[in-house]
Design a protein around this ligand. Structure first.
Ligand code: SF4
Ligand code: SF4
Length: 460
C-alpha cells in the first residue's frame, strides 16, 4: 500500500486542501493533517486513524498498485475517453483578411505572406470539397458524428464576403450541418438577417472595454468600432442566437473592467438568457512581438477587482476553465457540482481532431497557428493528405512529453497549450506549465472560497 502517484493536493484556504485523484475521479476537501499524513506515509502509516485510512483507500488515494501499473491504467483510461472525441470539430477559415487591425492580433504574424495571400477568400469548390470531407470523416467516426461547423478567419463576416457566406450556409444546411462563428462584429448588423435565417449559433464576438478603451485597441483603420459591434449585437439579441462576448484584457486595460461591467448591466445583457461574457488574457503571436501579460498578475488583478466591484464577477474567466477543453467537466465544475473528476491526456481539441480548412487548401489543427505553413497538418485539395505534423499534433500528450509523464498534475493539466509552448520554447512538443500553475495558485483558492458552502464537496 502506498499513496497514489496521481494524488494532487492544492491548498485552498488556511488549513484546507483539495485532494484529488483523477485516476479514481475523486475530489475531497481535507485538512492539512491528511496531506501531511500522505506526504510522510512511511513514518505515519501505522499510527493513523483506521476510518480515515479506509476512506483514503476507498477514494483511491492509497493504493496497492505500483506507479507503473497506475500509469498504464491511466493511459488506458485516457485513450478510451479521447477516442470518443476524435474528429469532433471542423472550421472553415473563410479568409485570412480582416477589416480590423487590432494591436494584439494573434494572427497578424501570418500577414507577412503578402496581400494577395491574405485577401484570398475560400471558393465555392473548396467549400463543397470541405462538406464532402466532413461527411467522409463523420462516416469514419459514426459514434461522434459532428454536424457543427465553425466559421473562422481572419474575419469571416466582412460585408464583401456576403455571397460566399450565404453559399456556405445554404449548402451546408442542405447537407445537414449547423454553424457557429467567431467574428470581430464590425459587419454583424449587415449579416444579422442571414444568420437568423439559418439559425447560426453561437455568434462569438469581442468587446475590449468601455468605448474609449475598446476604440483605442480595435479600430477599422480609421475609427473605433465599439458602437458598430454593439449595434450588431443588438441586431441579433432578440433572435434565438446565443451570443458569446469575449473581453481581452492586459495589465493596462484590466482596470476598466468595472466600467464595462456597468455598461453591460445597463444594457440588461448580464441577465439576457442567451448572452455569456468571458475574460481572456492577451495571448502571444507567432512571428510578431506582442507583449503577453503574466497570467498570475491578471488573475490576481481580476480577483482584486471582483472584491471591490461585485459586478465584475459576472464575467466568466477563461482561466477558470484552465483545466478546460476536453474532456468535460473541468475542475471547477467538478468542485462545484460534486461530479467525478475526468482525467485528460491532452490539453485541447487540437490534439484529437480539430480541423481548420483554409482558402489555400491547407488544414490546421490549432486556431492560433492558422496561416503558418510550418504547423499545417495537411492539405485537403484534391484529397485529404496529412503531413508529418499531423502525428506531432495528435501525439502530443502527457504520455509523450517526459516531464509531464513524471508529473502527478498531468491528468488535470494535460500538458498545457501547444501554442504557448511554441512561444516559450520554439517547439509544440514541449510542455507549458505556466497557465496551470497560475490557475492552481491564484484562481482555485479564490473560486473555492467564493463558492464554499454553496456546493457539495466530499470531505474527510
Ligand atoms: S505542463 Fe507542466 S504542470 Fe502540466 S503536466 Fe506537464 S509538467 Fe505537469
Ligand atoms: S494548442 Fe493552445 S491555442 Fe491551440 S487550440 Fe489548443 S489551447 Fe488553443
Amino acid at each position: 500500500m502506498k499513496p497514489s502517484f496521481y494524488n494532487v493536493s492544492m491548498r485552498v484556504d488556511e488549513d484546507k486542501y483539495l485532494l484529488m485523484n483523477p485516476l479514481f475521479g475523486s475530489l475531497d476537501e481535507v485538512d492539512k493533517e491528511v496531506i501531511e499524513f500522505l506526504d510522510s506515509w512511511e513514518e505515519t502509516r501505522d499510527i493513523y486513524d483506521s476510518r480515515i485510512m479506509e476512506h483514503l483507500i476507498k477514494r483511491g488515494y492509497l493504493t496497492e498498485r505500483s506507479d507503473d501499473e497506475e500509469m498504464a491504467l491511466m493511459q488506458k483510461k485516457c485513450c478510451e475517453i479521447h477516442e470518443r472525441y476524435r474528429h469532433c470539430k471542423h472550421a472553415i477559415i473563410v479568409t485570412y483578411d480582416c477589416n480590423m487591425n487590432c494591436a494584439y492580433c494573434f494572427e497578424s504574424g501570418a500577414w507577412s505572406r503578402g496581400l494577395a495571400w491574405r485577401k484570398k477568400v475560400i471558393s465555392k469548390e473548396q467549400v463543397m470539397r470541405i462538406f464532402d470531407l466532413i461527411g467522409e470523416l463523420n462516416s469514419e467516426f459514426p459514434h461522434i458524428r459532428e454536424e457543427k461547423v465553425s466559421l473562422y478567419g481572419g474575419e469571416p463576416l466582412m460585408a464583401g464576403n456576403m455571397g460566399i457566406i450565404e453559399f456556405i450556409l445554404e449548402k451546408g444546411t442542405e447537407a445537414g450541418y449547423r454553424f457557429d462563428v467567431n467574428t470581430n462584429g464590425l459587419d454583424l448588423k449587415e449579416f444579422a438577417p442571414l444568420l437568423v435565417h439559418y439559425g447560426l449559433s453561437p455568434v462569438r464576438t469581442t468587446i475590449d472595454g468601455p468605448p474609449e478603451i475598446h476604440d483605442k485597441r480595435r479600430t477599422n483603420g480609421k475609427k473605433g468600432t465599439f458602437h458598430d459591434i454593439v449595434e450588431g449585437i443588438e441586431a441579433i439579441q432578440d433572435s434565438k442566437i446565443e451570443i458569446g462576448i469575449r473581453v481581452n484584457v492586459d495589465l493596462d486595460t484590466i482596470k476598466y473592467l468595472p466600467e464595462l461591467a456597468h455598461f453591460i448591466q445597463e444594457k440588461g445583457w448580464f441577465d439576457h438568457p442567451r448572452m455569456r461574457f468571458a475574460l481572456c488574457a492577451i495571448v502571444g503571436c507567432v512571428g510578431k512581438d506582442i507583449a503577453v501579460p503574466s497570467l498570475s498578475r491578471i488573475i490576481k488583478e481580476v480577483i482584486h477587482l471582483s472584491q471591490e466591484h461585485p459586478l465584475v464577477r459576472r464575467f466568466r474567466a477563461d482561466w477558470e476553465g484552465t483545466v478546460r477543453g476536453v474532456p468535460e467537466p473541468n475542475l471547477i465544475r467538478v468542485m462545484m457540482n460534486g461530479v467525478p473528476l475526468v482525467p485528460r491526456s491532452v490539453y485541447c481539441e487540437a490534439h484529437i481532431g480539430l480541423m481548420g480548412y483554409d482558402p489555400h487548401g491547407d488544414v490546421y489543427s490549432c486556431p492560433r497557428f492558422v496561416g503558418h505553413p510550418e504547423q499545417k497538418i495537411g492539405t485537403y485539395i484534391p484529397l485529404l493528405k496529412f503531413t508529418e505534423n499531423y502525428e506531432r499534433w495528435q501525439n502530443r500528450s502527457i504520455f509523450t512529453m517526459p516531464k509531464c509523464t513524471a508529473c502527478n498534475n498531468s491528468p488535470l493539466c494535460g500538458g498545457g497549450c501547444a501554442h504557448k509552448a511554441f512561444l516559450e520554447t520554439g517547439d509544440i512538443t514541449n510542455p507549458s506549465c505556466k497557465a496551470f500553475n497560475a490557475f492552481t495558485k491564484h484562481c482555485l483558492p479564490y473560486v473555492y472560497k467564493r463558492w464554499k458552502g454553496r456546493q457539495p464537496t466530499n470531505s474527510v
